[in-house]
Design a protein around this ligand. Structure first.
Ligand code: SF4
Length: 297
């Protein structure tokens, strides 16, 4: 008998759970509600909500919209979005995750604490990620986004420095980046103990999942990791699965599991990213059960 188990600690983080709940509540009383960007990096969940009336739009479409209701997803938005909405009579439903809101506030406070021309704000993250764009907006465009050591050399930075991280980055990589930054400061004659403040802004729900998912993935002959392909967190957690179990497969929909051979497999683990809904993991489990029963007969 083949064992199929779902990781009960996989699935949406609280920020996404709340954003989806907010969307569902508004949709009960409204016709079309727009979402500025996809509510979550998961096409299956975006389609489910689209069928209920939640329509994703991009920034260009947002700029031409008037007298409408628009949901702000968990990643948050820069101040410019709120200004544009007020001008165009757009009602915003703000579902920004409280953890992201706290990070936005810390960045604003840090900008205020630095004088106008002294001090650099660094954000360890991906410059094209919506959360990061919103964070840069909080700094009035002053923050410098860095991902690798070369990015430090490519930009003009002046002490004192404040370093933040996008909430979904890898903790180990963030620690390494901090070490590189401190070395660079020493090489330039600056003192990181006095001239650098580091914010530990990686979300605990992301960092704790790394070790948990390793524990889970190591227990099975084969692992299906379910995630949208554009999820940062999905990429990081899948790498963690692969490191402990070479028979780990990244899939975005249950149908994609059909191409993976299951002969000789005695146990299958199913897990996913913070943007993967539990219903999708369950649907994969049902598909695999059906497939294995068919194979057995
Ligand atoms: S990963 Fe953490 S910070 Fe980001 S939306 Fe989820 S709960 Fe909020």
């Amino acid at each position: 008998m083949i064992r199929i188990e779902i990781d009960d600690r996989s699935g949406f983080c609280t920020g996404v759970v709340e954003a989806v709940k907010t969307a569902e509540e508004i949709l009960e009383h409204s016709g079309t509600v727009y979402s500025l960007g996809e509510i979550v990096h998961n096409a299956e969940e975006v389609d489910r909500l689209r069928n209920r009336g939640l329509k994703p739009i991009n920034y260009e479409e947002f700029s031409t919209l008037q007298d409408a209701t628009v949901l702000i997803r968990a990643h948050g938005e820069p101040p410019e979005t709120f200004r544009q909405a007020a001008e165009n009579n757009i009602r915003l439903i703000d579902a920004t995750c409280p953890i992201v809101l706290k990070l936005q506030r810390q960045i604003r406070e840090q900008v205020d604490a630095f004088s106008e021309d002294l001090g650099s704000i660094l954000i360890f993250g991906k410059s094209d990620h919506p959360e990061v764009r919103a964070l840069v907006g909080q700094s009035n465009g002053r923050a410098i986004v860095c991902r690798k050591p070369e990015d430090l050399d490519a930009n003009i930075i002046n002490p004192p420095l404040a370093l933040f991280s996008q909430t979904t980055m890898n903790s180990l990589e963030y620690r390494r980046f901090q070490g590189t930054l401190k070395d660079l400061m020493r090489n330039r004659g600056w003192n990181p103990d006095r001239q650098l403040v580091i914010y530990h802004s990686i979300c605990a729900q992301v960092s704790s999942r790394d070790s948990r998912i390793r524990e889970f993935a190591a227990k099975y002959d084969l692992v299906f990791f379910v995630s949208g392909r554009n999820s940062s967190n999905g990429k990081i957690l899948f790498e963690a699965c692969k490191e402990v179990n070479m028979h780990s497969y990244f899939i975005s929909s249950p149908e994609e599991s059909d191409r993976v051979k299951l002969s000789g497999v005695k146990s299958i683990g199913i897990c996913g990213a913070t943007s993967s809904p539990q219903w999708l993991l369950t649907s994969l489990s049902e598909r695999l059960s059906a497939r294995l029963n068919i194979n057995k007969s």
